[in-house]
Write a protein that binds this ligand. Structure first.
Ligand code: SF4
Length: 461
């Protein structure tokens, strides 16, 4: 097994909400929902429930299964819950920054789970600090909590509408008050949020796979700029004054989301498979075997292989357990060739012309190491096919991207990338081809691929 640090854009966060109109305890459902969204964040997780007239919460650093046990879940009694899994894009990786964020204000308390990034959070934080507000965390979620409590004059929905007018950026919020569960999606719908129904209530989640995991039926996505309010009267939809044409994050389809999710009407697995087929049309190559960089490259690799009638198989094996808390080898051990994360099936690739399909290339370092390993295992030719166009610009909307100068697509052309990676050929799907695979020509944010941001962004690289 090779030591390989994943060269990917980093997931953001996952949020869920559960509302039951019956007198039941929903924390276990919230736990299953978060477990299904674990791929969106592995640093910390938390659940807040409405317990009696109060909000009770538990959160910690680690994976969902490490943080919660039966006793903790049984302590979280209540018929309404919100939960969060976190990968820090703003704020440090500390337990204080774990969510849901529970805040008390004059007339009660609320819990907020947030996925995304506010582009004007700093300005808003300054403004609040100038009026004497002291912050407990370094997250922009606390900025929103403060704004909400300042605008509450007995009418929470009015307050939410006011705050949505002020904040800029990408966001999906699940807000739990003592009476209702509120879901909000930013004006472009950059971050996903969907609605599910179960027999005695409603569910909210970043991805439909979590709705299924909680035993619910997917109803629909929250629309860009929509506020949904769930209480004992059912679900009410309110359009905020700020909404625009949808710009779903294209990277949800390329890499972030689970393949069994459907976001804004597009099934993630199918879009990846079709991207592979399209890539085969655009950049075919004669080869003996197609395999993927596991796991997110797999549907595209299958599509690529089927379209060209080349055998699809496994060429790389991933150790799924070399994760967060794993002790990484030091440089000496790496130099000695200690291999822990990926290994090549030598007898499968030996003497073959292989095509390796990946979902994306960010810095190019991982691809270079993989090509080296596959060549050392005896492959005759190594061709790389990438199911997204080159990542060339940073994301300001809640996705952790390296500085632009580290994005290989921003400073090397195709020939130079091929040479750097050491492959016989490297080909990316075109933007047009990707949109074809998604089945729609419009409605996506592609800013990290083409630099066309749907809104003004900070001017640094
Ligand atoms: S810039 Fe890229 S990662 Fe960020 S929201 Fe747009 S498509 Fe998604």
């Amino acid at each position: 097994m090779e030591y390989i640090k994943e060269d990917k854009l980093k997931d953001e966060c996952g949020v869920i909400g559960v509302y039951s109109s019956k007198d039941e305890i929903v924390s276990q459902l919230a736990y299953y929902g978060l477990f299904a969204l674990q791929h969106r964040g592995q640093e910390s997780a938390g659940i807040a429930v409405k317990s009696g007239g109060k909000i009770k919460s538990h959160k910690n650093m680690g994976l969902v299964s490490e943080i919660f046990d039966d006793d903790i879940i049984n302590e979280l009694k209540g018929g309404m819950a919100t939960g969060h899994v976190r990968y820090s894009t703003t704020g440090d990786s500390l337990v204080e920054n774990a969510q849901p964020l529970v805040v008390k204000y004059k007339k009660g308390s609320l819990a907020i789970s947030h996925n995304g990034n506010l582009t004007n959070a700093e300005a808003l934080r300054d403004m609040l600090e100038n009026t004497g507000v002291i912050f407990q965390t370094s997250t922009d979620t606390e900025v929103v909590a403060n704004l909400l409590s300042r605008h509450i004059n007995g009418d929470m929905i009015k307050s939410v509408k006011n705050v949505v007018e002020i904040i800029k950026g990408a966001f999906a919020f699940v807000i739990m008050t003592e009476k209702e569960l509120i879901g909000i999606r930013d004006q472009f719908g950059l971050r996903p949020l969907c609605i599910g129904k179960r027999k005695d209530g409603y569910l909210l989640a970043s991805e439909s796979c979590a709705i299924t995991a909680m035993g619910g039926k997917f109803v629909r996505d929250v629309e860009p700029g929509e506020i949904v309010v769930i209480n004992d009267d059912g679900l009410k939809s309110i359009k905020s004054n700020k909404y625009a044409n949808r710009k779903s994050c294209v990277f949800e389809y390329i890499y972030f989301a689970r393949p069994d999710s459907t976001i804004d009407g597009i099934n993630v697995y199918e879009s990846r498979f079709k991207a592979g087929e399209q890539l085969a049309k655009e950049s075919p190559v004669e080869a003996d075997l197609v395999f993927s960089v596991p796991d997110s490259g797999t549907p595209a690799a299958i599509g690529y292989a089927q379209a060209l009638g080349i055998q699809y198989g496994l060429g790389l094996i991933k150790n799924r357990y070399a994760k967060r808390t794993f002790i990484q080898p030091n440089q000496d051990l790496r130099d000695e060739g200690v291999k822990i994360k990926l290994s090549v099936l030598e007898n499968i690739v030996k003497d073959k012309r292989v095509v390796i399909v990946d979902d994306s290339i960010v810095r190019g370092t991982t691809s270079k190491r993989i090509v080296k390993m596959v060549r050392e295992a005896g492959a005759r030719e190594v061709h790389i096919r990438v199911a997204s166009p080159p990542v060339s610009y940073p994301c300001y909307f809640g996705i952790d991207t390296p500085y632009r100068r580290y994005l290989i697509g921003s400073y090397k052309n195709n020939e130079e990338i091929t040479e750097y990676i050491g492959a016989d050929s490297v080909r990316y799907i075109t933007e047009k081809g990707l949109l074809k695979a998604l089945g729609q020509e419009e409605g996506f944010c592609l800013a990290c691929l083409n630099g066309q941001y749907p809104m003004e962004v900070p001017n640094f690289e």
